[in-house]
Design a protein around this ligand. Structure first.
Ligand code: DX5
Ligand code: ZN
Length: 225
């Protein structure tokens, strides 16, 4: 699949102006990335169910919810009820990933699985089988904070996953998250990522729509090189 989507992450947003900012970015993108942190799996807290519920009333963007929590099972239903379209949990946080995928899909929603940069990439290979999952998220920073630098090792990890998805005929979206900006996005796309999460490089800019247009242009350049 050669379409590239940008998923702005509101972790970097100004929450006081977020309603207006969502209107602005909706002209340029269809996904919104929502980072949920529990203070255990990652050493930080972000926002929770009521915030997602409120945002749902203000936008039709596809909610790409990234659960950085030790007990994802506890939060699947609440975040789906709050309006999530994709729910992605970490492979490190459960012994029963396929049960969780089935549960998410049983609500008619898309299931994603994420991998921490220090987890051996082989852990994600079972999910590259055709139909196993709807999204695979390869983290390109240690999860927990926005504004970090892209880890170059993510490129090789994305390529491994991309090759397996293609070989298996899987249509799962390959996502990348962390440190994506104008100088790194082409590497991420040429390594096979198609859903590109970006926090500070969108919400940290004064013209957010322009920032997304710029990232999209660079993505298509990478696809055509
Ligand atoms: C990090 C989060 C990311 C974060 C990305 O734990 O999962 O989604 O918002 O932020 P930037 O794009 O600033 O690296
Ligand atoms: Zn994220």
């Amino acid at each position: 699949m050669n379409e590239v989507f940008i998923a702005p992450s509101i972790l970097a947003a100004d929450f006081a102006t977020l309603g207006d900012d969502l209107k602005e970015i909706s002209k340029e993108c269809s996904f919104l990335h929502l980072d949920i942190m529990d203070g255990h799996f990652v050493p930080n807290l972000s926002f929770g169910i009521p915030v997602v519920e409120t945002l749902r009333k203000h936008t039709d963007l596809i909610f790409d919810t990234h659960l950085m929590v030790d007990e994802p099972k506890m939060f699947i239903k609440p975040f789906i009820d709050a309006g999530s379209d994709y729910v992605t949990f970490h492979v490190e946080c459960t012994d029963e990933p396929f049960e969780l995928i089935n549960e998410i899909r049983s609500y008619g929603k898309k299931a994603g699985i994420a991998i921490h940069p220090y987890t051996p990439i082989e852990k994600i290979y079972p999910f590259t089988k055709k139909g196993a999952v709807d999204l695979i998220l390869v983290m390109s920073v240690v999860p927990g904070f926005g504004g970090q630098s892209f880890m170059a090792a993510a490129k090789g990890r994305l390529i491994e996953v991309r090759n397996r998805l293609d070989k298996n005929g899987s249509e799962a979206l390959l996502s990348v998250d962390g440190g994506i900006k104008d100088t790194t996005i082409k590497d991420a796309v040429s390594s096979g990522a198609r859903l590109i999460v970006s926090g500070s490089s969108v919400f940290g800019k004064s013209d957010k729509a322009e920032a997304i247009r710029n990232l999209k242009n660079l993505s298509y350049q990478a696809l055509n090189e």
